[in-house]
Design a protein around this ligand. Structure first.
Ligand SMILES: NC(=O)CC[C@H](N)C(=O)O
Length: 382
């Protein structure tokens, strides 16, 4: 162990690694997962649990995730918790990896899994200092380098500064399914939903299936005709990576025009917002974690919720606004910073939230939103 790398026993024998932020600040540590190099946007997640769900959430594509929880990997890796078929984070930053994972479901260590999937990480980093830096300066590009040639930090910094930005990134097509598939309803089928996969998490269609919904998951590129070919009672817009300003709104606008019940989550909330004529903007450092307080302004209730977003909708908090599809209001707001966390149309059956009612990982306070979607579809039948 050397004093400069804050190494732990689990780090022993791992090659030195360095994390280089685009503003020139660097952190030294040890390789964690795959040895090599990677680039992305540095973001931090405050979740104390649920690292498998975080790693496999397609919305983290091209992002290097810094874990604020100091001890990561305790429960190893199981085969049940992934939210997609692979790890999507571009890189992973932890302080103190578990030396001995222990859980009845664990199949292998997190270190092994990251290495097997070629995900470059770094351990032994003072993640509190790194998180404070990102809070003060904002999310920014980062590189992690391990193995050969990490001595020349000036050269590494130049490469980080040449890497792509998240603003303007159009990424849904890189993570979404290319073929449609169906998640059958559990028990009696009551509704059919067309779900646009912009980077969908596995738990989301599951939460709908549990409510008697047969979910037709369609590629991000699906046309309005393909959406209506499944004869949907409702249309769902998923979460997803990238900048919502790059997304094509043809399908969203077509669904709003027809008045089909519409529900969106996260990226889906941003697309609904943009279709209504609101702007989206990049937050300084975003919301990522599983304990964000949100108020449902339609009931006054406060819920503790799972978040993963770097962009947000710019809509008025002081009452309904006129849009091309009738009046719309901000239905949910984050109590930490007043960021818009949900939208609701008053004259059409459409709503969305910026956070994650599927709660994988996270508290289940917001599960009622899937019931609201069911109510909208019931209302359309009545
Ligand atoms: N989880 C999501 O859908 C994220 C949406 C968008 N990519 C953002 O960062 O805000």
């Amino acid at each position: 162990m050397t004093t400069s790398t804050r190494g732990t026993r689990a780090d022993q024998g791992r090659s030195p690694a360095v994390l280089v932020l685009e503003d020139g600040r660097t952190f030294r540590g040890r390789a964690y997962g795959a040895v090599g190099e990677t680039f992305g946007e540095a973001v931090f997640s405050t979740g104390m649990t649920g690292y498998q769900e975080t790693l496999t959430d397609p919305s983290y594509h091209r992002q290097v995730v810094v874990m604020t929880a100091p001890h990561v990997g305790n429960t190893g890796v199981n085969d049940e918790d992934p939210e997609s078929k692979r790890i999507w984070v571009a890189g992973y930053v932890v302080r103190d990896p578990a030396r001995t994972p222990s859980n009845w479901r664990s199949r292998r260590s997190l270190d092994e899994e990251l290495a097997a999937q070629g995900v470059v990480g770094i351990s032994g980093v003072d993640t509190r200092a790194l998180t404070r830096h990102l809070r003060e300066r904002g999310a920014m590009r980062v590189g992690i380098f391990s193995g050969e040639a990490i001595a020349d930090e000036a050269a590494l910094l130049a490469r980080v500064q040449a890497a792509p930005q998240m603003t303007g990134a159009d990424l849904s097509g890189e993570v979404a399914t290319t073929e449609p598939y169906v998640v059958p309803a559990t028990g009696t089928k009551r509704f059919t939903v067309a779900a646009l996969d912009l980077g969908i998490k596995a738990m989301t269609p599951q939460r709908m299936a549990e409510r008697g919904i047969e979910v037709h998951v369609l590629p991000a590129t699906a046309t309005l005709e393909e959406v209506y070919a499944v004869q949907p009672d409702g249309v769902f817009l998923s979460n997803g990576p990238g900048d919502p300003a790059t997304a094509d709104l043809t399908v969203v606008k077509g669904v709003l025009e027809r008045g089909t019940p519409l529900f969106g989550i996260c990226f889906g909330n941003q697309l609904l917002g943009r279709a209504l004529g609101f702007g989206t903007y990049k937050l300084k450092y975003g919301h990522r974690g599983i304990n964000q307080p949100v108020q449902d302004r339609t009931t006054g209730k406060v819920e503790v919720t799972a978040h993963n977003h770097g962009f947000a909708v710019d809509a008025p908090l002081d009452g309904p606004a006129d849009t091309p599809y009738g009046r719309a209001e901000v239905s949910h707001v984050c109590l930490n910073d007043n960021v818009v966390e949900g939208l609701r149309l008053l004259d059409r059956p459409a709503f969305s939230v910026q956070y994650h009612p599927e709660a994988a990982a996270g508290p289940h306070d917001a599960a009622y939103l899937f019931d609201r979607f069911v109510s909208l579809m019931e209302g359309q039948r009545a």
